[in-house]
Design a protein around this ligand. Sequence first.
Ligand SMILES: [Zn+2]
Length: 145
Amino acid sequence: MNPCPECGAASGACDELFSALLALDHSRTEPWGPLHGVSVSCYFLQHPGRSAASHRAREWELVHAYLDGGLAAVAWTARRARSENSHRGPGLTTPAMPAVRAVPPTVFAVTIEEVAVDGTFPAGGFADRVTAWAAATVRAWRPAA
Ligand SMILES: [Zn+2]
């Protein structure tokens, strides 16, 4: 297989790995379930061709919430989005976008391949690998100074 044209993963098996990760997420067990939103956001921010541009601000918000405040901040962000989106709420507000490169990066220090390790996303160290994935995503997208 050829390397992934979007994230640069050597195996190019990002689709297969993402499907495997989603299956684990949907089992709702730890450590995968609680990190679902962060994992999906990292994946789409490294594969922007596969998600709607209108989702981008929400993906950034989750990744930054996780890097700044861990899972507690992610849960808070999700609760706020849910309450805004309820029929009693003010309607969903779009979070502010961080300053990012105009052209999506295609090289990341950590890709879904590293998070998957042997393709099975082992539980041991999973949260740490997702943190490294999120940090690498933010770093690569940061505009050149
Ligand atoms: Zn990829």
